[in-house]
Design a binder for this molecule. Structure first.
Ligand SMILES: *Cc1c(COP(=O)(O)O)cnc(C)c1O
Length: 375
């Protein structure tokens, strides 16, 4: 039996009865947008993150965009202002910036964690820098205490991209609880995944929460009165109901992911494979388990021959994509060019112990087929 990179059917099957009941409840309610399910989920998710406000959006990209638009609407940002983003992230982090008329500046990353490098951030700050947009990549928080201190010193707004880090903690403080605002994605494959698209903004800033909600609802807070030029980006009742079911299991799921990660970290002893770095006091939620290997292509094929599916996050650096070729880079990128070395292994709550051990054994056999095994 092949081991899929991610088996979403199995993941959601765990909650199938509750999901179906919640879906039926929404169908029977006759109310499908902006109702009790959304209010219930927003309250629960804000509480989970430890912030007062959560606002559902259509997806994670829109959550990022709506915060930046709101800050422009409030006069805190203007077109052409610079936003520091990590050079290694999913494209959405960068498109949110360009979509709002702001200028992304790509900043180098820490070679161990692949999160933002604090010294590189400091070196990238110019008088035009207005926003710091850290990504908690793979499910591990960026170095937020240092980044928040830098932001404070330079008067920067901080927007956390938490799309991969629901429930992750640093010093006991959760993702989404550090910056002036944070954006989450509930894309089905994320750690807290809907059964369709979804996202949320969380913040302690009540004015910002109100503005984000209005901008995502045609610039309107009162029906048919439009105070701002807005868009349509809302979390619907069915997805909110699905997310309420799954939020209750998020911490248990993260614990299962941690057990997979621990088995990989303990078991893999192949010197050709570099394991991911976990920084101190981080409660990693392991959205992705990314190893590095100079012979990545051969390793991926070796695993595929053994029925183990892998993926690459991400195969191309951001400046190599056509629309972003002219982006400003803060420094020569020392560490961000890792796209040819990285490989993401299967990691999800329903991966069995037997499957995890098969992955470990296959990794240890790479280029050592004739070795005795435990060298
Ligand atoms: C998934 C993701 C997003 C975008 O989320 P969508 O819901 O797909 O729009 C943004 N940033 C990062 C880092 C992501 O992984």
């Amino acid at each position: 039996m092949d081991i899929p990179f991610l088996d979403l059917k199995a993941v959601n099957h765990e909650y199938a009865d509750e999901l179906k009941a919640a879906c039926a409840r929404v169908i029977d309610s006759g109310w499908y947008i902006g109702g009790a399910e959304l209010a219930r989920f927003e309250k629960a998710f804000a509480e989970y993150c430890g912030v007062p406000f959560a606002v559902g959006t259509g997806n994670g990209l829109d959550a990022l965009i709506l915060v930046l638009r709101a800050w422009k609407q409030q006069g805190k940002l203007k077109t052409g202002d610079e936003v520091l983003v990590p050079a290694n992230t999913f494209i959405a982090t960068v498109s949110a910036v360009t979509e709002t008329g702001l200028v992304p500046v790509l900043v180098d990353i820490d070679p161990a964690t692949h999160n933002l490098d604090c010294a590189a951030v400091e070196a990238a700050i110019t008088p035009r820098t207005r926003v710091l947009l850290p990504v908690h990549l793979y499910g591990q928080l960026a170095p937020m205490p240092q980044l928040m201190a830098l932001a404070e010193r330079h008067g920067l707004l901080v927007l956390e991209d938490c799309a991969q880090a629901h429930g992750a903690q640093l010093n006991g403080r959760k993702a989404g609880n550090w910056g002036h605002a944070a954006a989450f994605s509930f894309y089905p494959g994320k750690n807290l995944g809907a059964l369709g698209d979804g996202g949320a903004v969380v913040t302690s800033d009540e004015e910002l929460a109100r503005m984000v909600r209005a901008l995502g609802n045609y610039g309107s807070s009162v029906k048919y009165r439009h105070d701002y030029p807005g868009v349509n980006s809302r979390l619907d009742e069915i997805q909110a109901a699905m997310l309420s079911v799954k939020l209750a299991y998020l911490d248990a799921d993260a614990e299962s992911r941690r057990q997979v990660a621990e088995r990989y970290l303990r078991g893999v002893n192949n010197p050709l494979i570099t394991l991911p770095g976990v920084s101190e006091r981080n409660a990693h939620v392991w959205h992705l388990f990314v190893v590095e290997c100079v012979e990545r292509h051969a390793l991926q094929q070796h695993l595929a021959r053994r029925g183990i599916q892998t993926a690459i996050h991400y195969p191309l650096p951001i400046p190599d994509h056509a629309p972003y070729k002219t982006l400003k880079l803060s420094l020569p990128m020392e560490n961000a060019r890792l796209h040819e070395r990285i490989l993401s292994l299967p990691i999800y709550p329903t991966l069995t112990e037997g499957e995890q051990e098969r992955v470990v054994a296959a990794l240890n056999e790479f280029r050592r087929e004739n070795a005795s095994g435990h060298a």
